[in-house]
Structure formats: structure tokens, C-alpha cells
Write a protein that binds this ligand. Structure first.
Ligand SMILES: [Zn+2]
Length: 169
């Protein structure tokens, strides 16, 4: 299992936050968010960008405080929230670098691999035919988990319920 190091995670984000970022974000939010459909992709991205900025600001405030157990817990929490905000914007590598949760890292890593991989189904699990009442229905084990952000725009994350293989299309 990966060794967790707060220092490593903090080093990964040291270049991300500048105080100007917060002001810029406030301005963008004031100017534009009112004009966006709240369910639109742009509004969603902006919301997670805002989360990112807020969490980065909180990390910057927490960082110089004296070390304590409470500080460690709060820092881990903030880093996990940052990882979520990054993953929702399609930055899975960034999310992996800062997350402090083995489960989330495993999930971000498989999604990142799925994005890099083939658009085609990568497993041979058969479509199962089952009788439902008088009908025979085909049950495809591969289903859409959710829509994820990628560099090329939103894509469907497909997972096989049988073997766990994932692909993105
Ligand atoms: Zn499969």
C-alpha cells in the first residue's frame, strides 16, 4: 500500500495556490455564475473550481500553524476535499497526488487508466439472457457508472459488473 505523506501531498500543490487566485475566483463567481444554468457543465466546473480555491486557501492558512494531531487530521480532510474537487474537474493525476484515502486513490487510478485506455469494451464477459415473465431480455454486465470530466470533454465511465473492467467512451 502507498505510504501517505502529507509533505508529499503539500509539495504537489505548492504551486497551485496564489492569493490572487481567490480574488479572481470571487470576481468570476460574481460576474458569471448568475448567468449560467446551474446544472450546466460550465456551472459545475466553476463550482468545483471554487471548491478547489477555497480548500487551497484553507490549506495555506493551516500550513504555518504548529504541528498537532488536530492539524494533521484537518490537513488530511482538506487534502481529500481538494482531491474530490480536482477529480470533478477531470484532473485525476492531481487528485491521486493529494488524496489521503487509499480507496479514493484506487478509484481515481482506475478511472485515469480507463481514460487512457481503449474506448472499446476491454472485457469478454458475455451478455446474459434471462427470462423476465414471458420475455427474454439481454442483460449487459457493462453499465454506465457516471459522467466524468476529461480533457476532451465529458465522457461516460463504463464498468463491467462482472469483472470490474472499466472504459470511457
Ligand atoms: Zn467484464
Amino acid at each position: 500500500m502507498a505510504e501517505f505523506s502529507l509533505d508529499k501531498a503539500l509539495a504537489a500543490i505548492s504551486e497551485r495556490f496564489t492569493p490572487e487566485m481567490r480574488e479572481e475566483q470571487r470576481k468570476l463567481t460574481r460576474e458569471r455564475i448568475g448567468r449560467l444554468d446551474p446544472n450546466s457543465r460550465a456551472a459545475k466546473r466553476r463550482r468545483f473550481k471554487r471548491h478547489e480555491t477555497i480548500v487551497l486557501a484553507q490549506i495555506a492558512e493551516l500550513k504555518p500553524l504548529p504541528d498537532s494531531e488536530l492539524k494533521q487530521v484537518r490537513m488530511k480532510n482538506l487534502l481529500n476535499r481538494l482531491a474530490e474537487a480536482l477529480s470533478e474537474q477531470g484532473d485525476f493525476a492531481g487528485a491521486i497526488a493529494v488524496s489521503q484515502s487509499p480507496d479514493h486513490i484506487a478509484e481515481f487510478t482506475s478511472i485515469k487508466d480507463a481514460i487512457k485506455g481503449s474506448r472499446e469494451i476491454t472485457c469478454d464477459c458475455p451478455v446474459v439472457r434471462a427470462r423476465v415473465g414471458r420475455d427474454i431480455v439481454a442483460l449487459n454486465p457493462r453499465f454506465k457508472v457516471k459522467t466524468i470530466e476529461t480533457r476532451e470533454g465529458p465522457r461516460s465511465l463504463i464498468r463491467c459488473a462482472n469483472c470490474g473492467a472499466m472504459n470511457v467512451k
